[in-house]
Structures are given as C-alpha cells and as structure tokens.
Design a binder for this molecule. Structure first.
Ligand code: ACO
Length: 359
C-alpha cells in the first residue's frame, strides 16, 4: 500500500500539470509565469471550462451576473454569521442547488467571493455590499469587502493570487471533488467536499498559522531560535514542504513578486516583509539541516499570508479566499471526471480482528 497515495496516478487530466522536479506549473498548456502577468481570473475560468460546458470558454460578464444572482438569494442568518468564515461559507454554499450546467458552475465560482465578503462585513455589523456585475471579479471582490473601489495595485494583486491558485493537479481538495463527481452527485456536492478538504491546516488552512508564526517570532533575530523550538516540539513549519515539489513551489515566487509590489506601494510595511524574509531564510536553513534527504522548500501558503493580510482579509478568512480561486479548478476537474471518468472506488486491506471460528 502507498501511504497517502503518494505517486499514485488516479486520473488523467488536460487541466494542469504540476512538475515537482523542475518546479513548474502548466494550466491547459500555459505556464504559470505567463498566466499571472497576462490573464484576468475570468480568463482562467474560461480556459479551464472550455470544452467542459457549451460556451464554457467565453465567461465575460456572465461571472458578474452570477455574483448578483447569488447575492440576491443569499440568506446569511445570525447562526451562519457566528460561525468561523469557512464554515459559514460552507453552510451558504450547501443551500445552492446541485446541477451540472454552466449556470450552476458560474454560481459556484461567484459564490465564495460573495459569501466570504458578506459574512466578514456582517460579522462586523456592516451591511453587505452588492456586487457590480460589470467589474472584474478581483476588483469587485475587494469592493464587496471594503466598500470603495480598490487601487489598481490591490486589484492586480488579488487577481494574481486567484490566477495563481486556480488549479493545481490532483491536490487533496481536487481529488475530493473528483471522488464526489465520479458518483454523478452534481457540482455543488463536489465543491462542498472540496472545501471541506481545503480547510485543514495541511492543505488550505496554513496561511493563517503562518501569520501567527510571524507575530510570535516578532523580530528577525528571534527567527532561528523560535523555529528550532517549534521543531523540537514536533511541530511543522507552516508554509514549507509539499507532497509534489522537491524544489521551490513556483507559486511562492509568483506571490512573492506581488508582495514586493505591494510593499513598494506602501501597503506592506518594510519591517513586516523583512521579518517574513528572515523567517523564510531561517526555516529553509533549519529544514535543510534537519531533513537532508527530504527537500522542504517554501510553498504557496507562505507569501499568501502576507498578501491577503495586506489586502485587508482577516487571517481566519484566508481559506475562504483560497476557495475563491481554487473553485474554478474544482469545477473543471469535477466535470472532467463526470464526463470522462469512472466511479472512483479503490480497495482497502483489512488488518482488523478476524471472527472466531467455532471449534
Ligand atoms: N515542517 C517540518 N517538517 C516537515 C514539514 C514542515 N513544514 N513538512 C514536512 N516535514 C517533515 C515531516 O515531519 C516528515 O518527517 P519524518 O519523515 O521524520 O516524519 C517529512 O518531512 C516528510 O513529510 P510528509 O508528512 O511525509 O510529507 P507530505 O508530503 O505528507 O506533506 C505537507 C506535505 C502536508 C504540505 C507538509 O509538508 C506540511 O505539513 N507542511 C506544513 C503545512 C503547509 O504548509 N501546508 C500547505 C501546503 S500547500 C497547499 O496545500 C496549498
């Protein structure tokens, strides 16, 4: 048996290729470096959906209209608002009907941005801001969060983040989406399963704890000792290591570039960035010493933490923002699985007690 299904191939996909040896990510034939500088999130949704839905390649204004439709039907009651944001978002998503068509898919892509921003505002006693369907998804998301229009740097940064995380091979949440899709349960069911998998700290729940770590380290000179102590307690360093990458996660560099841009515009204090870079350098050094046989490098979550903090998302909502981008990949994979795949039903090896045989 392969522990954690490491290296097991469980699907063929045309959607993305994670090259862990060379640190490269390709989304439908386009490299991540090109995608992050040239594409709006809407374009990447179209790229992923093309061929999986009639008219799936031309998203245009349809995503904005889906935001408005989801907002109009949202019923965020007090119980949902009181939940941690990712759980509140999951509860609201569960109220969307199941379906396999493009309209359902677009509502599911629109919903995380609408629900997350509304829940955060309601949690602070503020009224949700209705979407503006003519705006780009990243621009409108920041507008729905804060009220005023974002600066072009803020909008570009969120767009870059959403594009960077939109799809990434057969990660745990995408696999969960495909398992559910293989039963023909419908797209909403797939997205709910995926979000539940994303929430864990070993997957999409890491960037909040990255900020907790930075706060606790407090000053660059404390980093080596703080990290030593964490490893001595048997803890994992959040934002480092990956199942597939044996070199640096290319998404970390895509986001570090955006973080530097924000720092250049004054949205991130130079001291905060210097602290993060000192923690990163100390962690890489320590992990190299401790695990010489297992290359552990910076992953996507480390700079995500700084980026989302600078955009004004609270750390407890970071997983919701991850879902805003990754939902595009979940849906495309779910469609690919439902259309082309078979029911996913692996085997287990029984290692429990055997019944007593009567003498
Ligand atoms: N800090 C310290 N040690 C680590 C780390 C880390 N971040 N990551 C792996 N290791 C160690 C493990 O303890 C293990 O050591 P052992 O063999 O002595 O027990 C060894 O490296 C191999 O680790 P595995 O758990 O086998 O690696 P796996 O592929 O299962 O885990 C994972 C990958 C979950 C991402 C892991 O590196 C981790 O826990 N990282 C921290 C959490 C994190 O950043 N998650 C976000 C990942 S990116 C994403 O999902 C979007």
């Amino acid at each position: 048996m392969t522990s954690g299904l490491e290296d097991v191939v469980a699907a063929e996909t045309v959607l993305s290729d994670v090259d862990g040896r060379n640190g490269r990510l390709i989304v439908r034939g386009v490299s991540l470096d090109k995608l992050v500088v040239e594409s709006r999130f809407e374009d990447v949704v179209g790229l992923l959906f093309e061929g999986f839905f009639p008219d799936g390649g031309a998203i245009g204004r349809a995503l904005g209209e889906a935001r408005s439709a989801v907002f109009a039907e949202m019923q965020a009651d007090a119980a949902v608002v009181a939940m941690p944001p990712v759980e509140g978002m999951r509860a609201l998503l569960a109220r969307l009907g199941d379906g396999d068509d493009l309209a359902t898919a677009l509502r599911l892509v629109a919903a995380p941005a609408v629900f997350c921003t509304a829940l955060l505002r309601l949690g602070k006693g503020l009224a949700p801001v209705p979407p503006e369907p003519g705006l780009d998804h990243a621009v409108d998301t920041l507008r729905m969060l804060h009220g005023p229009m974002p600066s072009s740097e803020q909008a570009q940064t969120l767009n870059r983040y959403l594009v960077t995380v939109a799809d990434h091979g057969l990660n745990a949440s995408t696999f969960a989406a495909r398992v559910v899709a293989s039963t023909q349960a419908g797209l909403t069911s797939s997205v709910l399963a995926a979000l539940s998998a994303l929430k864990g700290p070993l997957h999409g729940g890491a960037p909040g704890p990255v900020l907790d770590m930075l706060d606790d380290v407090a000053a660059p000179e404390n980093a080596p000792q703080w990290l030593e102590n964490a490893l001595a307690r048997g803890e994992r360093l959040m934002g480092f290591g990956h199942r597939v990458y044996r070199v640096r996660d290319p998404r970390a560099d895509a986001l570090k570039g955006a973080v530097r841009m924000l720092a250049g515009s004054g949205a991130i204090e130079p001291r905060r960035l210097a602290l993060a870079e000192a923690v990163e350098a100390a962690a890489l050094e320590l992990l190299k010493q401790r695990k010489p046989d297992r290359p552990l490098d910076t992953n996507v979550e480390f700079y995500t933490a700084l980026l989302l903090e600078a955009l004004g998302f609270p750390r407890e909502a970071f997983t919701c923002v991850f879902a805003m981008g990754r939902v595009a990949g979940w849906i495309a994979h779910a469609r690919e699985q439902a259309v082309e795949g078979r029911l996913i039903r692996p085997m287990s090896v029984y290692v429990g007690p055997v019944p007593q045989v009567a003498a």
